[in-house]
Design a protein around this ligand. Sequence first.
Ligand SMILES: *Cc1c(COP(=O)(O)O)cnc(C)c1O
Length: 393
Amino acid sequence: MSKHEHGFRDLEARLDVLRTRQLFRTRRIVESPQGREIVVDGRSLLNFSSNDYLGLASDPRIAEAFQEGIRTWGSGSGASHLISGHTAAHHALEEELADFVERPRALLFGSGYAANVGVINALLSIGDQVFEDRLNHASLLDGGWISRADFQWFEHRDMDQLRCLVERGADRLGRRLIVSDGIFSMDGDQCRLDELIAIAQRTESWLQIDDAHGIGVYGPHGKGTVDPARYATQDVPVLIGTLGKAFGTAGAFVAGEEALIETLVQRSRNYIFTTAMPAALACATSRSLKIVQQESWRRSRLTSLVRRFQKGVQSLELPVPSSCSPIQPLVLGGTEMTLSVARSLEEQGCFVVPIRPPTVPVDTSRLRITFTAAHSEADVDRLVDALNAAYTE
Ligand SMILES: *Cc1c(COP(=O)(O)O)cnc(C)c1O
């Protein structure tokens, strides 16, 4: 037999291991637009598993701007930004995003994943150092590894350890980059931004904050965890925002000084060697950006939903998540237990996807409950009741 006929047996065996460990993932097929309720397997379920925090993913005004964009620009951008794909619509959105976060310039990327890997690799190489929180998003970790810089972890939000690590490497030549999520995606807690800034400044390191879950959600106009009223661009020289979560569209941006952005245009492979997002998507996001800024009721609604949920969980005598973001994880630990509670919730009409390793550390399987401005207080109460029933089972 040729080598190829044997080729995938090994893979099949590994897939079986995942199955027996209850770590095999399947994709649920959704038969409706994203929203408060989604249709899964023919059943309409209350949806507590999206990152559509402001409830904008199916907003008709944004859809209209998308359609108008297609009428103007067609469906495809046709080329990368450096060839002929960078339209006036992309350019306008970049300027609007830069104004929004009050930074000199912003640069669009196709996704947050691409932005994180692309930025770290444009900034670092062999001989440099990168310091990452252990719970950083996979794209930040991958970016650090691929860069070939010396990669060092610090324990989640452990600023003493970070300070030691950075100071120990401070006499080495080369660049230093400290990287953290703004809001951590699986825990919903916030980075210690003031301390990160202080450590970075004292050790002449760059600081990169990925505010995928904070942008649009935090601050008076949704400007994110790196509030421009409090922090200068130099405090957090590299800011990442994503557009597929609170903004309800897709893509990402990097915002910072001219020299940073121009370096990315010249050197970031994930920017250069990829087709620009459709111009119509930029038109849709421009519309979304206006709504994000104007409709602050969406953020207040989220805050009160989270408060109501936490009160409800407390009355069930379950551990209340310490997060005050719309990400409210109930960490159950075991995979089997988490799967069975999620199944029970679904039978009761609530869609909460269980999160298992390797997305989260071993023994911290959880229900990652998320709220959106599209939910009502009655929806929260229904979830709490369903949790109660699921636990007493
Ligand atoms: C979702 C997410 C990303 C990836 O963004 P995409 O646009 O979905 O690729 C990056 N960082 C964090 C912290 C995220 O939660």
